[in-house]
Write a protein that binds this ligand. Sequence first.
Ligand code: HEM
Length: 205
Amino acid sequence: MMKGNLIEKTTAWERFNHWVLAVSFLILFFTGLGFLYQSLNWINTIFGGNHLASAIHKWTGLVFTLSLILTLGSYFGEAIRFTSEDSKWISSLGGYFSKEMEPPPQGKLNAGQKLFYLIVVVLFGATSAFSGFIIWLFPDSRGLILFAHFLHNISYVVFAFAVPLHIYLGTAANPGTFRVMTRGTVTAAWAKKHHGRWAKDMGIE
Ligand code: HEM
């Protein structure tokens, strides 16, 4: 939807859910870091000590999981539609590493965003949620718990690398992008530069 010279990229509901996802993620990330390393256990004193931090981690995990499920309505349909523009985005590595290799105009999500959504958010989000609930609900089944801890730690590492990169790309690396998560609108120039095909579909020449 156009609003003067601005185009709406996210609805108020999508922005709200993204903030729920971001804040719950940060709480999980920091309490998780406190559990993972003895030397960083002091982090959990900020959350009221290990016992309270553990309860906060579990219930925030539930919020994070619900928020993850709700992202399916916002991004899944777009993310699974792979086009030749996406293959070209991947083969030119998004144009990030060379001036000659410019990817073609992208749709509402570029291939990098689609892969981030499908692999990190959906696949590892589901892995961390599934394993987290096993650790929470079946504390006495030893073999299962060991495997669940393994899956939980792997997904932690994936998120620990991917989310800071996602935050950097959504803020400092691409000026004009963060407002997608605050106001929900972008300028016509931003849309043409980053999502050319989407801009054209929205009637911007
Ligand atoms: C404070 C932390 C975060 C910031 C500043 C941030 C920023 C952003 C921005 C600016 C966008 C819009 C990009 C665009 O439309 O071009 C976006 C989209 C998105 N964010 Fe975040 N984000 C944060 C945390 C997270 C977390 C923790 C997750 C999931 C675990 C997440 C998942 C997504 C997804 C799936 C999208 C849509 C696809 C994409 O643009 O990559 N975000 N975020």
